[in-house]
Write a protein that binds this ligand. Structure first.
Ligand code: MN
Length: 488
């Protein structure tokens, strides 16, 4: 077996003992074949990219289906492999994931002030399956790691988009580890001078502080043993550079006011032990006022739980200590994804429950599924394949696949739909039944004198909104016509 494949499989089985890895090996070969002869801008074989993405996912404890989707995530886009072929080889679930990853990847964000709106739309499209976004985050991280090959302009654009969209998504999902990694890579390109400043500032102090933390660690370990409190691990964690930067901005750029540049993390077995350890620490060293934070009793919105305290040690130094259970630790590092480790057979649902607004979307999906029969048409709209197109101003409009300019017009406003007469796609004039593609920029011109929609449009429109409006308008018109005929 190839060494690279062996490494990947070990990475998965270390975390998910007893998984069937045949599918992983199959996907590895398939992807390598599909990308044969393609190279990245770095000059390396293209396959290195999906392979790296798969490794990132495996290291994040992702289940094998997600890792497989990572290996295959670019084969449709880059190598022209069809979704139906993937379905034949790897089953419906993997094909669905790859399709989703490809689609959401095509969203090109424009216009700074529109970003929140776009963020929401991306989520509407993928709330159906969070795994899609997770693969996308890993894909983005690997692309950031090879960003150096690109021109400055592209570097800045990708870096900013990562800070404005990808990192906040990771944060919302509670995926602290990948959020930090994405931010630090993007920081380098988005604000190169600030990055160098923070890096210089941090490296000097970190080494010294880490050394000091080891003495604190020894003292703590001894005390824990004496009080017979079992612990899983004690380790130092170094603050990510971008989050340090944001903190420095809040503290007048004064690093002496930042106390968690390096923090000590104590991982214990359960909640009761978290509080016991906190009490023990406070009996050793006095806590700094106002710096004891109980995120166990009051978790952060994204689900983060831990006890934080900042103490004065006997050497007159200030040290931050974080105490949490293993489960809380996994939640903090891997967010929603952590739950798959505990609730694998239940799929995505338990993970979704933790996050308010994602939960809303999930409920909404549930309602639609419950009313499946009545809402078959709507379900096709909401859950089936979507495409993303843009208004000339850069707003994202999502539509069912093979939608036309008429669908686009109705999704903007009924009047625009009713009166649309001409359409431009990427600045070229097209027929109203033209099939739109992901990423198209669409502009519709209206004819103010037009009375209403053409019933023939029903032959090609795809969205239920357009269909309903055209039907209603045509019915009204026919009614008017009949009334005239009978003279009532
Ligand atoms: Mn990719």
């Amino acid at each position: 077996m190839e060494q690279a494949l062996e490494k990947l499989i070990k990475c998965i089985t270390d975390r998910h003992a007893g998984t069937d890895v045949d599918m992983v090996a199959l996907a590895y070969d398939f992807s390598q074949q599909a990308h044969q002869g393609q190279t990245r801008l770095t000059g390396e074989p293209y396959f290195i990219h999906p392979y790296n993405v798969a490794i990132i996912l495996a290291e994040m404890n992702m289940s094998p289906d997600i890792v497989v989707a990572g290996l295959l995530h670019d084969v449709t886009e880059e190598s022209g492999v069809s979704i139906s072929q993937l379905e034949k080889e790897f089953g419906k679930d993997v094909a669905f994931l790859v399709d989703g990853v490809t689609k959401v990847g095509k969203v090109k964000y424009r216009g700074v002030e529109r970003y929140l709106e776009n963020l929401r739309k991306m989520f509407v499209a993928v709330a159906v399956d969070l795994r899609v976004i997770i693969v996308r985050l890993a894909d983005r991280l690997d692309n950031l790691r090879t960003l150096y090959v690109h021109a400055r302009e592209k570097q800045v654009r990708i870096a900013q988009e990562s800070l404005e969209i990808y990192a906040p998504i990771a944060n919302r999902l509670g995926m602290g580890e990948i959020k930090g990694l994405i931010e630090d890579e993007a920081f380098k390109y988005a604000l190169p001078e600030e990055y160098q400043w923070v890096k210089g500032l941090a490296t000097k102090r970190q080494a010294e502080q880490q050394k000091y933390l080891r003495t604190i660690e020894k003292r703590l370990t001894k005390e824990l043993r004496e009080q017979s409190i079992e612990y899983i691990s004690i380790h130092g964690r170094v603050k990510h550079l971008y989050s340090l930067y944001l903190k420095l901005l809040r503290y007048d750029r004064d690093i002496t006011r930042v106390h968690d540049l390096v923090a000590l993390r104590v991982i214990v077995k359960n909640i009761a032990d978290c509080y016991r350890v906190l009490g023990m620490i406070h009996s050793l060293w006095p806590p700094m006022q106002g710096r004891i934070k109980d995120y166990i009793a009051r978790p952060k919105i994204n689900g983060y739980q831990s006890l934080h305290t900042t103490v004065f040690t006997e050497d007159k130094r200030v040290v931050e200590i974080q105490i949490r259970s293993q489960e809380m630790h996994d939640q903090a590092e891997f967010g929603v994804a952590a739950h798959w480790r505990y609730d694998e057979d239940q799929g995505v649902k338990p993970a979704l429950k933790k996050i308010g607004w994602v939960e809303e979307l999930a409920q909404w999906k549930q309602e639609i599924e419950d009313n499946q029969r009545n809402l078959e048409r709507l379900k096709v709209d909401v859950l089936k394949n979507r495409i993303f197109v843009f208004t000339p101003k850069g707003d994202v409009i999502d539509l069912p696949e093979s939608s036309t300019p008429v669908d686009f017009a109705y999704s903007i406003h009924t009047d625009i739909g009713d009166k649309c007469s001409r359409a431009y796609v990427n600045d070229a004039i097209v027929n109203l039944d033209h099939q739109l593609k992901n990423g198209d920029i669409v502009e519709v011109l209206i004819d103010k004198n037009r009375k209403g929609p053409n019933p023939d449009w029903l032959q090609f429109v795809k969205s239920s909104t357009a269909r309903a409006h055209i039907k209603a308008a045509t019915r009204a018109e026919r009614h008017g016509f009949l009334s005239k005929l009978i003279g009532s």
